[in-house]
Design a protein around this ligand. Structure first.
Ligand code: GDP
Ligand code: MG
Length: 177
């Protein structure tokens, strides 16, 4: 599942998933800020960005895929998940429904994704504490139950975004190496 390219030791495909408007694209653009390339596949309506990261003494090229909003209409196709070693599963801490729907997303991930896919559960909009509808403990409990990593993030305040990606990449590396 890992392929080697000229300037890196590993190449990992990862995907962003979750309900509409849970901040997937803003996490994506934060990640892609220092991108090496940003590209798109208009035929299947996805965007992806690459970034190199050093893990130990190895260079890991992480490719992150973002949807073009298909989750709102027809759902995400199996090609989106194909070959992905990691997934960032995002919900909005101010919208309870996006947390309730995680079960559906986990089901889809397990249906279409790799068995040992690294899943990082991300609660977004941690800057909106006053509007919180999902407690930190709820996220932690689900993560424990489903064996996921968990973090709350704010793309707006640039809080934990980098860490969430790094955690995902490092975990994949540990499994793949
Ligand atoms: P997507 O549909 O999952 O790709 O979600 P988007 O990335 O398009 O974001 C949805 C909405 O959330 C947009 O209106 C953003 O302006 C807003 N948003 C994004 N990041 C944050 C954040 O960190 N905090 C808050 N409060 N709002 C955010
Ligand atoms: Mg989006």
């Amino acid at each position: 599942n890992t392929s080697v390219d000229e300037d890196c030791d590993y190449l990992f495909k990862t995907v962003l998933i979750g309900d509409s408007a849970v901040v997937k694209s803003n996490l994506f653009s934060r990640f892609a800020k220092d991108e090496f390339y940003l590209d798109s596949k208009p035929t299947i309506g996805v965007e992806f960005a690459y970034r190199n990261t050093k893990v130990g003494d190895k260079i890991v090229k992480a490719q992150v895929w973002d949807t073009a909003g298909q989750e709102r209409f027809r759902g995400i196709t199996s090609s989106y998940y194909r070959g992905a070693l990691g997934a960032m599963l995002v919900f909005d801490i101010t919208r309870r429904g996006t947390f309730e729907n995680l079960k559906k997303w986990l089901h889809e991930l397990r249906e279409f994704g790799n068995h040992d896919m690294v899943i990082v559960l991300v609660g977004s909009k941690s800057d909106l504490m006053d509007l919180r509808k999902v407690e930190v403990e709820d996220g932690q409990k689900l993560a424990q139950l489903e064996n996921l990593c968990f973090m709350e993030t704010s793309a707006k305040d640039s809080l934990n975004v980098e860490d969430a990606f790094l955690q995902m990449i490092t975990k994949i590396y540990e499994i793949a190496s």
